[in-house]
Ligand binder design. Structure first.
Ligand SMILES: [Zn+2]
Length: 237
C-alpha cells in the first residue's frame, strides 16, 4: 500500500524544491520504497536507506554535508595575468567520473579540487554566462547580475573584467603563462573564448558557493558563484 508521509531527510538533499512530503510504498517486513525523491543525495551522493518511524519516513544515516559544500582552493598567479575562460581542458583536464557523481555537490567539489591541483581554478556555474567582476583592490567575484526595470545591471559594467561564455557550464581560470607553458594555444583558442586579465601577482583563494545547500543560480538578485581574493603576494616578486 502507498501512503503520503513527511520525510525526515536527516540532512540529505533529497527533495525537489516544491515538495515537502513523499509517497511511501510499505509492506510489512520490507524496506520502504519512497517516490518523489532524488535517487541519491544531491550533496553527498549516497543512496538513502529509509525507515518508517512514528508515522514519518526517515533516512537512517545522517548526511555528512547537511549545509552542502563550500569549496576553497588556491591558485598561484606569479605572472599577474589570469586567463579567464569556460574551458581550459586543452591543458588542465581531469576525469569527471573519478569520484562521486558530478551531478552532486560532492562530485563537483572533487573535480574542483583535482583541477586546482593541476593549476586551474574551475567551478560549475550552470549556463549562467557570468562575468569576472572587480570587487576590491585585490578581490573579485564570479557573478551574474540581474537587470532592474531600467535595464541597469546590478553589478556595474565598468567592473566587469571578463565575460564567461558557459558552453560547458563552468568557469576555468589559470595563470596565463602557466597555461601557455603547458601548451595552451595563445591566440588560436582550441576550445572557446578567453580573456586575459591583469591582476597583482600572488596567490588567490577561490571560494566557490555553488555547492552550498539552497544555492539558487536562478535567484532574482545578483548571483555570486565564487569569491576570489589575493591571500599572499607572489614569492617571485
Ligand atoms: Zn547527503
Amino acid at each position: 500500500m502507498s501512503v503520503r508521509m513527511s520525510l525526515n531527510a536527516n540532512g540529505h538533499d533529497l527533495l525537489p524544491r516544491s515538495a515537502d512530503d513523499v509517497v511511501v510504498f510499505a509492506e510489512p517486513g520490507e524496506a520502504p520504497l519512497v517516490a518523489g525523491v532524488h535517487w541519491s543525495c544531491a550533496a553527498c551522493d549516497q543512496r538513502p536507506t529509509y525507515v518508517i518511524r512514528d508515522g514519518a519516513v526517515h533516512v537512517q544515516d545522517p548526511c555528512p554535508y547537511p549545509m552542502g559544500i563550500t569549496t576553497e582552493i588556491t591558485l598561484d598567479v606569479p605572472s599577474g595575468k589570469l586567463i579567464v575562460s569556460d574551458d581550459l581542458r586543452d591543458v588542465y583536464d581531469v576525469d569527471f567520473d573519478a569520484g562521486a557523481s558530478y551531478n552532486t555537490a560532492l562530485g563537483q567539489a572533487q573535480v574542483v579540487e583535482a583541477m586546482a591541483a593541476l593549476g586551474c581554478a574551475f567551478g560549475p556555474v550552470g549556463n549562467s554566462c557570468p562575468g569576472l567582476y572587480r570587487e576590491g583592490e585585490n578581490s573579485y567575484v564570479i557573478a551574474s547580475p540581474v537587470l532592474d526595470e531600467n535595464d541597469v545591471p546590478s553589478l556595474p559594467e565598468k567592473d566587469r573584467l571578463a565575460h564567461i561564455v558557459t558552453d560547458v557550464w563552468a568557469y576555468s581560470i589559470a595563470d596565463f603563462e602557466d597555461w601557455k607553458s603547458k601548451g595552451g594555444a595563445s591566440g588560436t583558442r582550441l576550445l572557446g573564448d578567453y580573456t586575459v586579465v591583469d591582476v597583482a601577482p600572488g596567490t588567490y583563494k577561490f571560494t566557490l558557493h555553488s555547492g552550498e545547500r539552497g544555492f539558487d543560480r536562478y535567484a532574482a538578485d545578483t548571483v555570486v558563484f565564487a569569491h576570489i581574493e589575493r591571500v599572499a603576494p607572489s614569492l617571485e616578486s
